[in-house]
Design a binder for this molecule. Sequence first.
Ligand SMILES: [Zn+2]
Length: 120
Amino acid sequence: MEREGVGRAVLHWDETLVEEEEELWTGDEDDDHSGWFCVRTDPFPCPAAGCTFVAEFMTAAHLILVWEERDDPNLLWHAQRAKEVGRNPRVVDYVRAYGPSASYYAWEAAGRPVHGIKGK
Ligand SMILES: [Zn+2]
């Protein structure tokens, strides 16, 4: 009986999740950003309600934000912000194995889309 209730809840939740995923920005996903730089952080959950994604990098809409230059002022600014909130940021070389990436500037040009912070 208890199990039945859980099953229904999961099904409902999956449907909600699919709807949200379709709206997620996918960036310039075909670009290979190997050799660019990203910011690794302590794991933190996606701010979207009901989302199970846990980021281990500085991300937007589940994509790892990458910068072409290690000393890019925007990279340094975001790393500093992450440090201030205790996320222990480290600038590292991006490799594809980390997951899908998006250029910070493409993200900014797209209007800085993120998962879960809309409406309200
Ligand atoms: Zn999410």
